[in-house]
Design a protein around this ligand. Structure first.
Ligand SMILES: C[S@@+](CC[C@H](N)C(=O)[O-])C[C@H]1O[C@@H](n2cnc3c(N)ncnc32)[C@H](O)[C@@H]1O
Length: 286
């Protein structure tokens, strides 16, 4: 054991790979060896086990739910930021402007309904950017039945997201107008204003398992999540997202992602913006 890290044999790496693929759909490339060693060594040490083989044996035979969760948390990549790929928020704002012009399209009851899902939300910057941008553009949304569902498989990021507090460095690179959407705490951290925070519900959810979700969603953000999945897993995921998207709803994916080879249910309508094809059926409203 060097620097507190355990040696990783080929066999151990392939057992770890097989497990994270099975439980989270994540395909670990060879380039992730160093990351696996550094992140999992801490856990192995904390459990007083002799190495990675013993760790996988432990997970398979006596692991508690929190041990499974810690394994997944350690192997996710959570990079995100406010207003990332900001053309998506401009597109969403134009779409919502259209809905506001014709609220009967989204309203069944007294209040028009708007539902957005941030699937793979990491520490919350994506759903909060959606909330802040839309509230700034359309104050009337406060009177709508407007909710944002934000989910991730990683319990650490979901808990952090729900707090809605970030270091001031998160504002680096944002225009003064965008930075002005946030509040500050007494200690200089930034705080998501209540009006935006109240719109977002954070939940732990594994995208490769069953979803206790009915939709339909007017828009789904699933950005920089499927890059960690292989093509068959991506295809299944995007087909399922299509099933919970409203007939004219939009799916926003990451800058390096592409639906072309993996799902036939969408048409490309902008840079990494897809619309559900009309013949794909959305699930009934909740
Ligand atoms: C790189 S972050 C993307 C965050 C945000 N969507 C963005 O683009 O800035 C990818 C997130 O996907 C999550 N993730 C990976 N596999 C997942 C799965 N099977 N189910 C749900 N979330 C998953 C990770 O935990 C991580 O927080």
């Amino acid at each position: 054991m060097d620097n507190g890290e355990f040696p990783l044999s080929e066999r151990e790496f392939s057992r770890i790979r097989e497990r994270v693929y099975r439980v989270a759909g994540i395909s670990l490339s060879d380039a992730k060896r160093t990351l696996v060693v550094s992140r999992l060594s801490k856990i192995v040490r904390g459990l007083s086990l002799s190495g990675f083989d013993a760790y996988i044996d432990f997970l398979e035979t006596q692991g508690r739910p929190e041990d499974d969760q810690n394994f997944v948390n350690a192997l996710t990549t959570n990079l995100t930021r406010f207003f990332r790929e900001d053309h998506h928020f401009d597109h969403l704002t134009s779409y919502v402007a259209g809905l506001i012009a014709k609220p009967q399209r989204v309203g069944k009851g007294a209040r028009p309904r708007l539902r957005i899902w941030s699937a793979g939300c990491s520490t919350g910057q994506e759903p909060y950017t959606i909330a802040l941008s839309l509230l700034a553009a359309f104050p009337e949304l406060k009177r709508w039945d407007f909710r944002i569902l934000a989910t991730d498989i990683d319990s650490n990021v979901v808990n952090k997201a729900a707090r809605g507090i970030y270091p001031a460095s998160e504002l680096n690179g944002l225009s003064a107008q965008r930075a002005g959407l946030f509040e500050k705490t007494a200690t200089g951290d930034i705080l998501i204003p209540n009006a935006a925070r109240e719109l977002v519900t954070f939940k732990l959810l594994n995208l490769i398992e069953a979803w206790p979700i009915s939709g339909p969603f007017d828009a789904i953000f699933c950005r920089n999540v499927a890059i960690y999945f292989d093509k068959p897993t991506q295809g299944t995921l995007f087909d399922r997202l299509g099933q919970v998207l409203a007939p004219d709803g939009f799916l926003y994916i990451g800058h390096s992602e592409n639906l072309q080879a993996v799902s036939k249910g969408f048409r490309l309508v902008g840079k990494t913006v897809y619309q559900r094809k009309a013949n794909a059926d959305a699930k009934d409203a909740a």
